[in-house]
Structures are given as C-alpha cells and as structure tokens.
Design a protein around this ligand. Sequence first.
Ligand SMILES: C[S@@+](CC[C@H](N)C(=O)[O-])C[C@H]1O[C@@H](n2cnc3c(N)ncnc32)[C@H](O)[C@@H]1O
Length: 235
Amino acid sequence: MTTNNKGKKEQVRTMFNDIAPKYDLLNHVLSMGIDIQWRKKVRRLLATIEPKRILDIATGTGDLAIELAKLNPQEIIGADIAVDMLKIGEEKVKAKKLDNIIKMEPGDSENLRFDNNYFDAVTVAFGVRNYENLLKGLKEMNRVMRPGGLVAILEFSKPHGFPFRNIYNFYFKNILPGVGRMVSKNEEAYTYLPNSVQKFPENKDFIEIMAQAGYQDIKQQRLTFGIATLYSATK
Ligand SMILES: C[S@@+](CC[C@H](N)C(=O)[O-])C[C@H]1O[C@@H](n2cnc3c(N)ncnc32)[C@H](O)[C@@H]1O
C-alpha cells in the first residue's frame, strides 16, 4: 500500500470498495478455485458446535457467510468496513434466498456493536491481515463470542518446502499482481496482497497474538502446502 495521509483502515476500505465489482472473479481465478475448499473447511469445523448465531467479520462479498448458512443457524451477521463489497454480498444473499438468515451490515472488527458473549461462533476469512490494529480486532471478536464458542480465522501464509514454495512465490509475486491489476484496473491492490502476506505473522507468532487477545485452546491447520492456514480457538 502506498504511504499517504490516510491510515491503514481508510486505505484498505478505499481499496476494497474500488475492486469490489471484480473481487469475486479475481478471487476464484487467482486461487484456481481452492478458496472454495478452504471455506468448506471452516464450515465443517464449525459444524462441531452447531452454532445458532454466527458473526462473519470482514465478510466482504459474503462467500463464507453463504457457505456457513448450510449449518442452518438462526442468524448470520456479515459485517465489513467496505460498503461496496457488502452491496455485492447482499445481492448474492438475496439471489440465494438467504436474506432471512444472513444480514449484511457495515461493521468494524475493532469496534463491534454487539453485546458481550452474543455469538456462538465468529469467523474471518482473509480479513485479519488487513486490520489496522490486529490485537484490538481479535479482542473485539473474542468479546462478542460466548464462552465455549469457536473462532475460525482463515488467512494466507507462506508455503515451505522446495519446489512448491519457489513456484508459488513466482506466481504470487510475478503473475498474480499483473493479472489482478489488468482485471481490477486498480494499481496497488494485487501488489498489496503478496506484500501484506509477506509481512503478516503466522504459525506460533500469530498464535501468540491470539493468546494475548484472550483465546484458549488455539490450534492451526496449514492448508494446501501452507498457502493458507486455518486457526481456531475457544474462549
Ligand atoms: C480479502 S477481503 C476478504 C473478504 C471475504 N471474507 C472473503 O473471504 O472473500 C478482506 C476484507 O476485510 C475487510 N476489512 C478490513 N479491515 C476490517 C475491519 N477492521 N473490520 C471489518 N472488515 C475489515 C475489507 O474491507 C475486505 O472486504
């Protein structure tokens, strides 16, 4: 992300509002559809506690919220700071006739409007990396989750091991930004993506931050050679 007078939150909001119309297409093409499998994993993990109230924060265009509706909860709130992402999500939710379960609304993970202990489960897919204040965002998610609830955090990580790591790095740093720029017409979003993944804490570093935020029984599962990691924890 370029440095200018705006803080990270404003830059992230502007960037996602800008790429919103092309976000889903680029997501599925650039990940070659693997992201769909990762969201299913989150759904299977949550199925173990049969959640009735779910918060999907940084929901974007709502793909995870829509996947989680298969768990038959009473209520899913999909919240995000970028309203143009939410608008596209809302259309998808309506088209799938899920608007009686999923409510899309503006919301900031660092300052949530919900009471303590309200949700059975809180999820976030590819969102925490974009938080301006990671610890604050994780603490707020913990505050609104009930004791015994489950948090699931899906985030990109850096694959290890030759030759996959090398092939992936070449793709992620050289091919993905160009395709992203061409399709989205946004100069920086798909350069920001590999750069932000490079800088973001993973494995025990991220687990340590989750512990600081008050989570317990923290586990991680590296997915697809470590391109992504699914962290889960209770309260
Ligand atoms: C890469 S998108 C992920 C969207 C969706 N979860 C998915 O899996 O496709 C990241 C989203 O995080 C949102 N975001 C960033 N910081 C946020 C915050 N503090 N609170 C809520 N949403 C935030 C952005 O607006 C953006 O829509």
